[in-house]
Design a protein around this ligand. Structure first.
Ligand code: XUL
Length: 525
């Protein structure tokens, strides 16, 4: 019974997906929602409230507790963790954890206290900035200036200096909290922190997620000295050298063997970012297959045949865990914007879908929404500022069906517009994430992209990518074959585009872009 565990520490939950490579079955699929299961962290959506809406931090101890809870849940469901041969996984990208001591120097975890109590005194910064944070405009400008401008940062790292990226976040910490900075010995991404807990030693950041820091020289697969210096003094000493995503980074710590029944010697493979991990879980690691992930953030990504950067400056290049690079466009108004509409209008997800499919039509009778309910990453809109255009009833918030279509049409148009730089044909697009089974969303995506939209049978492709990479890292089985076994696209749910919608969305795309330009030209945004 060779089993492999994929973990996904994302914005709102920590999930575990267990696969058995002999039977070809998903043995377990469990998730710990932070808001529901760990209310003491006061993070209903996975992050802490802050008067400054640009600041989005989470308590890293919440992630530690969730890790133990999900393992307890697996045991509670009768799973023998002793059958697991390898573990890998993913973390929400860009989020960072700050420790006053390297985990190489703390000794073995003790069984006499839960892990969060042992990690707490090691934190040099109580909270972790996450990908939704947009408080680093000044730091991005400083870093770019120090190395010769935004184009230089993009040439080295694949992305311009970007608000949510870890380098600018580290610089802000160094500037605003000098005493805590002095106490910091080691910095982790979420994707290196979780495996470090599992191994009980400091685990390196992988090249996939490391590319989301504005610190990695993509050509050299190492941190770039000019960017390290521009970010904060002595930064290289606080980061281990990055490793390939396929690296076996250690064996499970005795704590987990004794407490949860893992087999001694269970291998841990480097974790990566949730999007790079999804690329593997979607079977899309070769160029030619585009993926849309519908989660807290919506993302569009593909493996890249050759490295290119986004001339608009919003998109990013990350490492492809299977080798080479991937492109990504990220939208912060994903599920939070969709949920805002269902909440305001009291719609169930079924109502939401039928509002789109049965009650409205492509173009939405001219009703359009700029769905910026939280600050937006792509395009960069720094203040929450939703805008409604169209009929009186729509603008007055009295047309729930039009509102449901409007939020999804705007999201799809924005994804199409802001992924044009990727340069890959999008005739078939695979979709994943919590919302990827909603027929309303699938219909609009098919019509806007004029592509066949194909959902995956497993909705957590990021955790699946972790399990597949673990199987490949330990067992040597090629993950592509495993992918075909575990998660082929769900062809029954595939949605074909309606060709009549093409001209409608061409025109609508132009109107949408015009509205965006208006918003961007307003000094206050
Ligand atoms: C990608 C990004 C988000 C997070 C969400 O650059 O910021 O998609 O990875 O977990």
């Amino acid at each position: 019974m060779p089993q492999y565990l994929g973990l996904d520490s994302s914005t709102q939950s920590l999930s575990a997906l267990l696969i058995d490579t002999d039977t070809g079955k998903v043995v377990a699929d469990r998730s710990v929602n932070f808001g529901e299961r760990l209310p003491q962290y006061k993070s209903p959506k996975g992050f802490l409230a802050n008067d400054d809406t640009a600041i989005k931090h989470s308590d890293p101890l919440m992630w530690v507790e969730a890790l133990e809870l999900v393992l307890q849940d697996l045991r509670g469901a009768g799973i023998d963790l002793g059958n697991i041969r390898g573990i890998s996984g993913a973390g929400q990208q860009h989020g960072s954890v700050y420790l006053s001591k390297s985990l190489d120097d703390v000794g073995a975890w003790s069984l006499s206290a839960p892990l969060c109590e042992q990690v707490k005194p090691l934190l040099s910064r109580a909270t972790s900035p996450i990908w939704m944070d947009s408080s680093t405009s000044a730091e991005c400008a400083e870093i770019a200036r120090a190395v010769g401008g935004d184009e230089c940062v993009a040439t080295i790292t694949g992305s311009r200096a970007t608000l949510r990226f870890t380098g600018p976040q580290i610089r802000r910490f160094y500037k605003t909290c000098p005493a805590e900075w002095q106490r910091t010995a080691e910095i982790h991404l979420v994707s290196s922190f979780i495996p470090s807990l599992l191994v009980g030693k400091s685990v390196s950041i992988d090249l996939g997620d490391g590319a989301g820091m504005n610190l990695l020289d993509l050509a050299k697969s190492d941190w770039n000295d000019a960017l390290l210096d521009a970010t904060a003094p002595g930064l290289r000493q606080k980061l281990k050298r990055p490793v390939a995503s396929t690296t076996v980074v250690g064996e499970i710590a005795g704590y987990f063997v004794k407490k949860y029944g893992f087999a001694p010697g269970t291998k841990v493979i480097a974790f990566t970012g949730d999007n790079p991990s999804s690329l593997i879980g979607m079977g899309a690691s070769k160029p030619g297959t585009a993926v849309i992930s519908l989660g807290t953030s919506d993302t569009v990504f593909t493996a890249m045949a050759s490295k290119r950067t986004d001339p608009r400056g919003y998109g990013s290049v990350f490492g492809n865990p299977a080798g080479g690079f991937m492109s990504l466009a990220c939208f912060s108004n994903g599920s939070l914007a969709r949920e805002e509409i269902t909440r305001r209008f009291g719609l169930s997800w079924d109502d939401f879908a039928s509002s789109i499919v049965d009650k409205t039509k492509p173009g939405n009778d001219g009703n359009m929404l700029l769905p910026y309910f939280v600050p937006e990453i792509t395009p960069r809109v720094l203040k929450a500022s939703p805008r409604w255009f169209g009929s009186e009833a729509f603008v007055a918030g009295k047309d729930s069906a039009a509102a449901a279509r409007a939020v999804v049409e705007a999201q799809a148009l924005s994804m199409r517009l802001h992924s044009d730089w990727i340069g890959e044909a999008m005739t078939t697009v695979l979709v994943t994430g919590g919302a990827s089974k909603n027929r309303g969303l699938l219909r609009v995506l098919a019509d806007v992209f004029q592509a066949t939209i194909m959902p995956l049978s497993v909705s957590n492709s990021s955790a699946l990518g972790g399990a597949l990479r673990a199987a490949q890292g330990v067992g040597g089985s090629a993950w592509q074959n495993l992918y075909a076994q575990f998660s082929p696209p769900d062809r029954d749910l595939a949605v074909e585009p309606n060709p009549n919608a093409r001209p409608i969305y061409q025109q609508l795309g132009a109107t949408f872009e015009k509205h965006i330009q208006e918003v961007l030209s307003e000094a206050s945004i």
